[in-house]
Design a protein around this ligand. Sequence first.
Ligand SMILES: [Zn+2]
Length: 239
Amino acid sequence: MADAGGLVVSAHSADFVWRAGGAIALHGARGAPMTVVCLTYGERGESAKLWRQAGMALEKVKAERRKEAEGAARILGVADIQFWDLGDYPIALDETALHRLVDVYRRLRPSFILTHSRRDIYNRDHELVTEFAQHARIIAQAHGHKPGERVLGAPPVFLFEPHQPEQCGWTPDVLLDITSVWDKKRAAIECMAGQEHLWEYYTRVALQRGAQAARNSDKAIVYGEGYQSIFPRVVESLP
Ligand SMILES: [Zn+2]
């Protein structure tokens, strides 16, 4: 059976790159189609460098951000990237958007879901998106929602590393070896011209998680990505 692939629910249009670019490239290369939903462009809150340019306007920022994200998605091998343009800072997550995401879950039936951390004291949009993504998953599993449609199973949910995990109560319990696709992740990171100050920051994060992944295994891992899972893993053997 073909791999249903993974779904990434990204608040702003660069989050999927910093926080999950390795996972996306890795699974995409293995033939698992990766879908990325960018709920907003991060046009107000995560585009400081663009706003410093003279004559900048909201629509221009959005267009730039879209171009950057599309370039990154191409490099990472994303099968489908969607821009919902809901508006950021504050993000506008209404019932229409919720039902739209429920429909995406049911249509894709992804093998796994990636989204933001439960807490992010630096970014309210991120916290709201985590709750939103979870809420949609719950509705997609409900037999009474659009009866007759096939309900969603129980895809595991992995939460992105926030910018400063210590302040956000986020602890990684999954370390993903992304060494083989690091070049792609770095190239995708460099598509994010509006947030150049984060390129080296997220390279250091990947090196730290890689060193920790090596320490927790007997593998020669250089680059890693950390996730926090929120449901118990169901296994048939230990380890
Ligand atoms: Zn963001």
